[in-house]
Design a protein around this ligand. Structure first.
Ligand code: ZN
Length: 176
């Protein structure tokens, strides 16, 4: 990086913090940005700031939203007795895009990974328990990933809710 001017070094270093972006890719992206029009670069920078400023978590299901509650939770036609539990907003989007599901969701924002120090306290489980204790929910569909983390999260959910009078279904998400 020595050869680059300071502002370029700074950009490469910031881009390099993104997941899956090594120094080489960061340098290539920085060069692409340098060659882009000022207009395009401003649009890119503004869209990054905008998501950070405008997007928050849905009060009910913790999906990403611009409003207090997301469009799914505020849709009266969605079945509020069924909650599909997913690891992240991407999984929710994948199920929505496949169509057909008419229930609601709960986004855990993670999966159990004890080796990485991620335990039950690091997942958004409290909000799910609260929703279930409200009494309206009859079925939980566990759609965590089929990898070790997803499976242990599914097991945890099964243990947590086996005492409650709720049907628990497991469906596989993602690649094992
Ligand atoms: Zn929601």
């Amino acid at each position: 990086m020595k050869a680059y001017a300071q502002p370029i070094k700074k950009l490469i270093s910031e881009l390099g913090k993104l997941p899956g972006i090594g120094e080489k890719t960061a340098a290539r992206l920085a060069n692409y940005i340098l060659r882009s029009t000022e207009d395009d670069v401003i649009k890119l920078a503004e869209s990054i700031v905008e998501v950070k400023k405008k997007i928050r978590l849905c009060r009910v299901c913790l999906n990403l939203t611009e409003e207090d509650t997301c469009y799914i939770c505020s849709d009266a036609s969605r079945d509020k007795e069924t909650i599909c539990v997913v690891e992240d907003p991407d999984a929710l989007a994948a199920i929505e895009e496949s169509g057909g599901y008419r229930g609601t969701y709960h986004v855990l924002h993670g999966a159990l990974a004890p080796l990485d120090g991620i335990g039950p306290d690091n997942l958004r489980l409290g909000e799910l328990v609260r929703r279930i204790d409200e009494g309206q929910v009859k079925e939980i569909i566990v759609a965590t990933n089929t990898n070790v983390q997803g499976e242990s999260t599914a097991l945890l959910l099964t243990r947590m809710f086996k005492e409650k009078n709720i049907k628990l279904t497991r469906i596989a998400m993602g690649m094992p």
